[in-house]
Design a protein around this ligand. Sequence first.
Ligand SMILES: Nc1ncnc2c1ncn2[C@@H]1O[C@H](COP(=O)(O)OP(=O)(O)OP(=O)(O)O)[C@@H](O)[C@H]1O
Ligand SMILES: [Mg+2]
Length: 352
Amino acid sequence: MGSVTLRNIRKSYGPVEVLHGIDLDVADGEFVVLVGPSGCGKSTLLRSLAGLETISAGDISIDDKVINGLEPKNRDIAMVFQNYALYPHMKVRENMAFSLKLNKVPKDEIESKVAKAAEILSLTAMLDRYPKQLSGGQRQRVAMGRAIVRDPKVFLFDEPLSNLDAKLRVQMRSEIKELHQRLGTTIVYVTHDQIEAMTMADKIVVMKDGHVEQIGAPLDLYDTPANLFVAGFIGSPSMNFMSCTAQGGKAVLSNGQVLGAAPAGLGEGQAFTAGVRPEHFVIGSGALDAPVTLVEPTGAEIQFTVDIAGDHVLITTRDRVTARLGDTLNLSVEPGKLHAFDPETGARLGGV
Ligand SMILES: Nc1ncnc2c1ncn2[C@@H]1O[C@H](COP(=O)(O)OP(=O)(O)OP(=O)(O)O)[C@@H](O)[C@H]1O
Ligand SMILES: [Mg+2]
């Protein structure tokens, strides 16, 4: 078992509070990703869970047992950091065995645990190499091996892939996800990369400025973001935002053009921020004429930047649309894909 419960976690450094009462439930075996911009408190929360930081208030429980006072080594948690610093003078097998040796685990047990972890991570053939004889991805796997041999209730990962190049990141992303499916262990994983969060998580926690903005399954956050911040943060390229007014059931732009149907529940004349994802525009059918200001073919799709009521709006399409700079695209928004947010608070007002 390895469920984790955080209740009203607060953390201050001196007079400055950086976590403002975080609540989170992680089910046994769940893969939870904490995501948010730099400085939002992801690492602080993870380190608090590991016992490397002392929290100022709140309760941390594993399997319903409060562990606030426990030393890191007694928490049954293993952490993998961005800077996974392997011991350079030790072979892979010694690196992986190190913590078990410190804990005076019998030698044959160490050997079988290291062999099993190496097998899982495809490192068996490399056990007698030194770290400098490995690629970046292999080193990262050794760092994971050090965590796996401890057979913890919970794995914590803090940006473990950020030192790797783009291609290796994608590969390791799949490997970690596969590893989770094989081991079934609870994972709390920190990243600032929303694609990593979307592709890996069972559940995403979006953080900003020491607060939780929204918790949910990846596609739930994508389809129904709770506020402007989550709407803009999740999804790449980002959702477009435009100022609108609800008039006769339509979302009317500041220049009087109609963007689409206004979501139900808005009052007549109510001002709101409309959100439309780039892939939710339909080209060639609609009342909205928008001049093209930039064309960027990526191969799989074409990205058009258009001017809608003075805003730059990004549109993606998989069709081979031939429009060029200066042409006008005739647009509509897919039915039900227009999000509405409160322009003052950013809270979701409706849509989809
Ligand atoms: N030891 C410390 N003393 C004072 N302030 C700190 C300390 N460690 C972190 N902070 C502050 O706490 C806030 C949260 O930091 P944290 O490292 O948790 O952010 P993060 O979300 O992990 O960011 P990043 O994506 O850049 O790693 C930041 O404003 C940071 O400046
Ligand atoms: Mg961090």
